[in-house]
Design a protein around this ligand. Structure first.
Ligand code: AQP
Length: 335
C-alpha cells in the first residue's frame, strides 16, 4: 500500500474550507492507503501564535480530525513537534534547497505581504520543513490543494538534488493526490479570497465548532448580490459570492453546481441561504458534538497523540538517521 502524508496547521479553529478541501478527502484515502496525519505545530509558529492558544488549538485540531473520521488505530495521528525527525531532516534540507528556489514560492510572497523584512526566517524556509515532513516517512502520495502544488514540486527538487549530491536513490518521488473537483471554499465576506482560519474576521468563515445559531447568522450575513440565483452555471460567472455559496452546497451534497442550480435556480438568496444553513447544521453538528466529547478528556487525547508520535518516530527515525549517515555525520545517538 502506498504511504500518504498530510498535515494541517493548528493556527486557528479548522474551517469549513479545511473540511471540504482537505479533511474529508483524508477520510476517503484511509480505505486504500497507509496514512500519516499530522497536526503541524512547527509550521504554525512561522507566524506568531499565542502559546496558550497554540496548545489549545493543537488539541482541538486533533479532536476535530478524530471527530471527522480519522482512524488512529489503522493509521497514525500525532503532533509534529512530538517527532524530532521533522526538524532534523528540515535542517539538512535547508542546506540542500537553493535560495533561488525559495524565492519563487508564491505562498511566502502572499503570507509575508509587503512587510517581507519583518517575516520570520521560518516562514521563508517553510517549504523545506514541508519536504522533510513527507520525506521523513518516504511517503509517496500527498493530498494537496492547488495552493500547495508548488511546494510539492520543491519537495521533489530537494529529493532529486539530495540523491544526486550524495550519489544515492534514497528519497522517492512524491505524487500529488487530487481528489475530485478541488473544493476551494472562499471567504463569506469576499468571494475572491480563500476562507482561512487566520482571517481576522470571524464572519468570513464557518468554524467547525460553530453552533447552529452562529452558522445561521454567518450565512444570513454572507455577502451576496441583489440578483436571484441563475438557472445555468454560466450565470455564476462574475458572481464570486453566489458561486461560492452554490459551491459549498454542492460539496456538502456531493453534487455539482449544475445540480444545485437545477433545484434552487431562480430563487432569491433568502430561501437558498435557509436551505444552506439547514444543510450545514445537519453535516457539522455531529462533528462539533464529537469534538467536544473528545476535548472533555484531554488526558486521553494526549495519550492517543503520544502513541501516534511514537509510531511515527519508529518510521521516521531510521530514515532520518540514514540521511544523516549519507551526509557524513558520525552519529553519536544510540538506538
Ligand atoms: N478555503 C479553503 N478551501 C479549500 N481547501 C482549503 N484548505 C485550507 N483552506 C481551504 C486546505 O486545508 C489544508 C490544510 O491547510 P493548512 O491549515 O495547513 O494551511 P492553509 O492552507 O494555509 O489553511 P488556512 O485555513 O488558510 O490556514 P492559515 O489561515 O493558518 O494560513 C490544505 O490542504 C489546504 O489546501
Amino acid at each position: 500500500m502506498q504511504r500518504v502524508f498530510s498535515g494541517i496547521q493548528p493556527s486557528g479553529i479548522p474551517t469549513l474550507g479545511n473540511y471540504l478541501g482537505a479533511i474529508r478527502n483524508w477520510i476517503k484515502l484511509q480505505d486504500d492507503h497507509d496514512c500519516i496525519w499530522c497536526v503541524v505545530d512547527l509550521h504554525a509558529i512561522t507566524v506568531w501564535q499565542d502559546p496558550a492558544a497554540l496548545r489549545q488549538q493543537s488539541l482541538e485540531m486533533a479532536a476535530v480530525l478524530l471527530a471527522c473520521g480519522v482512524d488512529p488505530a489503522k493509521h497514525i495521528l500525532f503532533l509534529q513537534s512530538g517527532v524530532r525527525a521533522h526538524a532534523q531532516l528540515a535542517w539538512i534540507f535547508n542546506c540542500v534547497a537553493r535560495l533561488g528556489w525559495l524565492n519563487r514560492m508564491t505562498q511566502f510572497k502572499d503570507k509575508a505581504g509587503k512587510d517581507r523584512e519583518n517575516a520570520s526566517s521560518g516562514l521563508y524556509v517553510y517549504p523545506n520543513l514541508m519536504a522533510a515532513d513527507i520525506h521523513a516517512y518516504h511517503a509517496t502520495r500527498v493530498p494537496v490543494g492547488d495552493d500547495q502544488r508548488q511546494h510539492l514540486e520543491l519537495a521533489n527538487d530537494i529529493a532529486q538534488k539530495f540523491n544526486h549530491d550524495y550519489g544515492v536513490e534514497f528519497f522517492p518521488n512524491i505524487e500529488p493526490v487530487i481528489l475530485g473537483p478541488a473544493a476551494r471554499v472562499m471567504s463569506l465576506r469576499d468571494g475572491t479570497k480563500k476562507m482561512s482560519k487566520s482571517d481576522p474576521s470571524d464572519q468570513s468563515r464557518i468554524n467547525l465548532n460553530d453552533d447552529a445559531d452562529t452558522i445561521a447568522l454567518k450565512i444570513r450575513r454572507a455577502k451576496t448580490d441583489p440578483m436571484p440565483l441563475p438557472s445555468e452555471v454560466d450565470g455564476l460567472a462574475d458572481r464570486p459570492e453566489a458561486r461560492n455559496l452554490v459551491g459549498i452546497y454542492a460539496a456538502l451534497t456531493d453534487t455539482d453546481h449544475a445540480s444545485v442550480l437545477k433545484e434552487h435556480g431562480g430563487q432569491g438568496f433568502g430561501p437558498f441561504k435557509n436551505a444552506l444553513t439547514d444543510l450545514l447544521v445537519e453535516k457539522l453538528a455531529p462533528i462539533t458534538a464529537e469534538t467536544s466529547r473528545l476535548l472533555s478528556d484531554q488526558g486521553a487525547l494526549i495519550d492517543l497523540l503520544r502513541s501516534g508520535a511514537e509510531r511515527a518516530a519508529a518510521i521516521a527515525d531510521p530514515i532520518v538517521s540514514e540521511a544523516e549517515r549519507l551526509v557524513g555525520f558520525v552519529g553519536l545517538r544510540r538506538g
